[in-house]
Each structure stands twice: as structure tokens, then as C-alpha cells.
Write a new protein. Structure first.
Length: 572
């Protein structure tokens, strides 16, 4: 039955897509759109019915793998963000820092449940907010709580909410659409994963859905990802971006793979270079001073048309994820669209598309460390910049350039200069992503979103948060320099008893367990290290400075074992 229904449904969807593209009459296009949307709704309903039927019959298999829960949640939020924005709602996500970096479980189905429940909350909330809270529990379960300020339900309606094809009342399907299968499938999936789900609500106030599932912390220390590697011939590429560090990063990545790179910091300079030199492709930022990317692309296309020139492929680069920005880039004459932070493989795929180049695509294993609470993702940063030393040079440059950016944002906020706040935070969102400053990247993204909505409370809160994070980053950079200098000498060591030495090591072990950074504790450790373990202790200091907490954990465990076996070392 599944095949018999899908075959005509796919034909209806496919041919109506083609006819929509060719439709010239407005009424025809409107009717075709209705047919197309109805067919897609029927196909979605079919998939839901089949999933539900399989689970009822016990023939539904879960696919388990290692995954990052933070990444899965980010995917859901990114998918639903545009709908949330259209309705003028706030979508907040509160992820506990105590989550493990990697779990082993049915990630696709967890994502499906979160999507169903948040999607429901967005659908039935006309104003206010939708919130997601994710917290690890003491019994190796993870709790997900989705709260909204929507229409709410009576207790009688709550009691029926997980029944198939049942909505809170019969008029809802006419007003809001849907079949009532989303919550049913969510319940079936949660129970299939060994968890529980419940709902509570107050009519006119809002609803809360809570589900808990057992999740095993993965034994893997890294997350293996498969990615497509595109191999392009050597190209002559123009990079246009007003942020020098973004230009330098793209230049390094492109030149590393054998491409020739020329750069410009604004649209006017880019136009001049395109007139005087020959390029295979252009990578251009959309938001720039003097002349932005959209204007530059339009002027170039007009110049090419007037002079009967072949169009240079132009790829838009932006930190935005909004569909309207993609459309604006296309309308300006741009041929492709790649997002920031820079994913060079994504850039290559876009270049390959617009150049019509036959490419060789190979499967590669990508190893990445996952941690939702990292101030700096050192693994990602090292991969981008080539070495930890170079990464920290760029971080030092970033701090010296943007040390006062929070003050600047506060002044703009006090004058309610929303457009300027959005532009500044947009620029810094892309830059911090390229510098692997995970927390700052998310914070500037939140500032941009809040400023676009003119949400004073949220915007101010995130601006304050950015100041705290920048202070912590500055302290980390200074302490790294200081610790490296102090680590070069073993003189003037403070003498401790074995008991005091063990207490100090255990405090370090606790700090490393929670990925913290205690400047005084590290300084005391450095000054108290006995000569007999000085080399091992310096390795520990470097591991902490480089945020390599897994390695640091191994070293501090070794030091504790040695101390218990041999004593402090300075004792006579």
C-alpha cells in the first residue's frame, strides 16, 4: 500500500513543481500551488501513519549511533527558526552545561520528537514564547521540557492529547491544521526508546510537555562524521570581505588546496579588480561598508550585460541563515550561497555547481571534539588555522581589536540603534565562528536576532553576557602567556606535605572534570610542583591552557597515582 500510494503522489508533486515553474497565469499558479501543497501534506501524513502503524506492530527499528545532543538541538532550532520569526515569537533554548559531549542513542528519532513538540508549541502559540530546557538526571536519563504561552488545554483535553488523530477539540484542525498524529508518534517513539512523556496545561495560559529518555554516554572521546570532499582544479579566486581575518582565513584555506587568491575589502575595490583581472569565481560577503555585496553583484551584472561579457560566477558569503537573504542574493545576480562560519567544503560544492566542473567526491571521516560549554573549540580552531600557536595569535589580535565592542553595543542599545546593533553583531557572529569561539558565536547570533526583533530585554541580556565572555577570554589568553612563561623555570618551588600535594591535585582534577579554569589554582600548582614530576606537570599545564581536558584528565590521574605511591617528592 505504501508503494501504491507514494508512486502517484510523487508524480503529482513532481509534475506540479514543473508546472509551477512554467505557469504564467496567476490563477493557474495559485491552483497549482494548492495541489502541490495538498500532495505534500498527504505524503507527510502517509509517512506519519506508516511510522505509527509500524510501532503498533512492533516492526519499527531504531538506529543507534554516537551523536552530539547539542548539534541535534541546534538542527531543530535552525529548522523552526523561520516559522518562529514569522509569528513574532521568542524561542529560547536552555541546555545544561553538565551534558556529556557525546551520547549513544537514536539521534534521528530524538530530533523527530523535539521537532514535533516544539512545532506544536509554535503552531498553537499566537504570542509570547516557546522554551526548551534540556537537563541530565541522576539516573542516566535526559529530561526535555518544552513550554509555551499558547492557547492551552483543559484537563479533559490533556488526557486525550496522545491519542491518534485527536486534537484538543474538533475545531482545531480547521483553524490550525494537522491531524493530531504528532504527539501520538512522539509518545510511541519516547516509549520505544525506554522513556516516558507527559503533558500539563492551563487553558488560555499555555502548555508544558516533558519527556525523559535513557541515554548512554558514549565511550568515544570524539565524534566521527562523514563528509564529502570536493576536489576542484586550480582556480583563480577573488575573495571580498570587509573583515581582514575572514579574508586571511579564506586565503589560507584556498591557497592550501592550490588555488590562486586575490582579495578586496569592499565592493568598489572588487569591481575594479573584476574589470582589470580574470577570475574563475568570486566569494563575496553580503554586508560590507562603502559598497555591500548585493549592490556590487548588481553593478557587475549590468557591466557584463552592457559590454557583452561572460558572467563571472559569484558566491554569496554570509552569517545569515534566512531564506529571504538567499533570495536577495539570487535576485542581485549571485550564483551560489555559502554560510559563515566558513565551511570550505560547502564553498567548494557551491563553486563546483556554478562552474559546471566535473568533480571527484570522496567519503572522508571527520573527527571533531564536542562540548557545549567550550569557550574556545581548540580542535576546530587548530584545524582552521593550522596550529594552536597561530590560533592564539589570532585570538590575541581579536581581543586587541574588539576589546571594547561590548561598550560600543551598549551605547548603540541605549540609543536604540537596532540596525547598527544588528550589523555589528552580524559581523562578529561570522568572525567568532571562524575563530572557533563557540560561546561568543552563539551570543552574537542571539544579539543579532534580538535586535532584528527589537527585543530590548533579550538584546540587553545578551550584550551583558558578551562582556562577561570577552573578559573570560582575555583572562584565558593572558593566563596562557603567563603560565607558559612561568613554566620555563622550576625555581622557588613552594614546599608541601604529601597530604597538601594530594589535596591540590584533587582540586585540579575537579576543575578539569568540569572544564573550568582557576588561575590561582594553576599558579599554585606550578609553584608547588616537585622536580621529580616537573615534566609531567608542565604537560598538564599546557593541556589545560589548550583546553585539551581529556588529555589533562589522564595526566592529573597519573600525578595522583604517583603521589600516593611515592609521596610529594620534596619531603626528606
Amino acid at each position: 500500500m505504501s508503494h501504491e500510494i507514494r508512486t502517484p503522489m510523487n508524480a503529482i508533486i513532481g509534475f506540479s513543481d514543473i508546472m509551477l515553474d512554467e505557469a504564467k497565469n496567476i490563477n493557474d499558479a495559485k491552483h497549482l500551488k494548492s495541489i502541490n501543497n495538498s500532495a505534500k501534506s498527504l505524503l507527510h501524513l502517509l509517512n506519519d501513519i506508516l511510522d505509527s502503524a509500524k510501532m503498533d506492530k512492533g516492526k519499527f527499528d531504531l538506529e543507534y549511533r554516537d551523536f552530539s545532543l547539542v548539534e541535534e538541538i541546534d538542527t531543530v532550532v535552525s529548522t523552526l527558526w523561520l516559522e518562529v520569526r514569522k509569528k513574532g515569537l521568542d524561542l529560547s533554548v536552555d541546555i545544561s552545561p553538565d551534558l556529556a559531549p557525546i551520547y549513544y542513542g537514536a539521534s534521528d528519532r530524538i530530533r523527530q520528537v523535539i521537532t514535533n513538540l516544539i512545532g506544536n508549541s509554535v503552531k498553537f502559540t499566537a504570542e509570547g514564547k516557546v522554551s526548551l530546557f534540556v537537563t541530565p538526571l541522576s539516573n542516566s536519563h535526559i529530561q526535555f521540557s518544552i513550554e509555551d504561552t499558547g492557547i492551552g488545554m483543559t484537563q479533559e483535553q490533556v488526557d486525550k492529547i496522545f491519542e491518534a488523530f485527536v486534537q484538543a477539540d474538533t475545531s482545531m484542525s480547521r483553524v490550525y491544521g494537522g491531524t493530531g498524529l504528532g504527539t501520538t508518534i512522539s509518545k510511541q517513539l519516547v516509549e520505544l526508546m525506554g522513556g516516558t512523556i507527559s503533558a500539563s496545561s492551563i487553558k488560555g495560559k499555555g502548555s508544558t510537555f516533558i519527556f525523559e529518555i535513557p541515554l548512554e554516554v558514549s565511550k568515544s572521546k570524539v565524534l566521527i562524521k562523514k563528509s564529502n570532499k570536493v576536489e576542484l582544479p586550480s582556480l583563480n579566486v577573488l575573495v571580498v570581505d570587509d573583515i581582514p581575518q575572514n579574508v586571511e582565513l579564506l586565503t589560507r584555506l584556498l591557497e592550501r588546496d592550490g588555488h590562486i587568491v586575490c582579495s578586496a575589502l569592499d565592493g568598489k575595490k572588487a569591481l575594479h579588480l573584476m574589470e582589470t583581472e580574470t577570475f574563475d569565481g568570486v566569494l563575496m560577503d553580503i554586508q560590507m561598508p562603502i559598497m555591500d555585496g548585493l549592490t556590487t553583484a548588481k553593478i557587475r551584472r549590468e557591466f557584463e550585460s552592457a559590454n557583452n561579457l561572460k558572467a563571472i560566477p559569484i558566491i554569496a558569503l554570509t552569517a545569515s541563515v534566512l531564506e529571504e537573504d538567499r533570495k536577495a542574493a539570487k535576485n542581485a545576480g549571485m550564483d551560489g550561497f555559502a554560510s559563515k562560519p566558513v565551511d570550505i567544503d560547502e564553498v567548494y560544492i557551491e563553486l563546483a555547481k556554478v562552474l559546471g566542473v566535473t568533480v571527484s567526491i570522496t567519503e572522508t571521516a571527520e573527527v571533531s571534539s564536542q562540548s557545549p560549554s567550550k569557550l574556545v573549540d581548540c580542535d576546530k580552531g587548530t584545524k582552521l588555522w593550522g596550529s594552536k600557536e597561530r590560533l592564539f595569535e589570532e585570538l590575541d589580535l581579536f581581543m586587541s581589536t574588539y576589546a571594547n565592542v561590548t561598550k560600543e553595543l551598549k551605547e548603540l542599545f541605549s540609543n536604540k540603534e537596532w540596525k547598527s546593533i544588528s550589523q555589528v553583531s552580524h559581523t562578529l557572529k561570522g568572525l567568532t565562528g571562524n575563530l572557533a569561539l563557540t560561546t561568543l558565536h552563539r551570543t552574537f547570533s542571539a544579539i543579532e536576532q534580538a535586535s532584528n526583533r527589537k527585543d530590548e530585554l533579550l538584546c540587553n541580556a545578551h550584550i551583558e553576557k558578551s562582556g562577561t565572555i570577552l573578559l573570560n577570554l582575555e583572562a584565558l589568553i593572558l593566563e596562557r602567556k603567563k603560565t607558559e612563561t612561568e613554566g620555563k623555570t622550576q625555581d622557588n618551588k613552594a614546599l608541601l606535605t604529601t597530604e597538601e600535594w594530594l589535596t591540590l591535585l584533587e582540586a585540579l582534577d575537579h576543575m578539569i572534570e568540569y572544564q573550568g579554569f582557576d588561575e590561582k589554582l594553576i599558579a599554585k600548582f606550578n609553584q608547588s610542583t616537585p622536580q621529580v614530576v616537573s615534566e609531567l606537570s608542565q604537560k598538564l599545564i599546557h593541556a589545560v591552557n589548550d583546553f585539551e581536558y581529556d588529555n589533562a584528565k589522564v595526566i592529573v590521574t597519573q600525578l595522583i597515582t604517583l603521589a600516593k605511591q611515592n609521596g610529594y617528592g620534596n619531603e626528606s
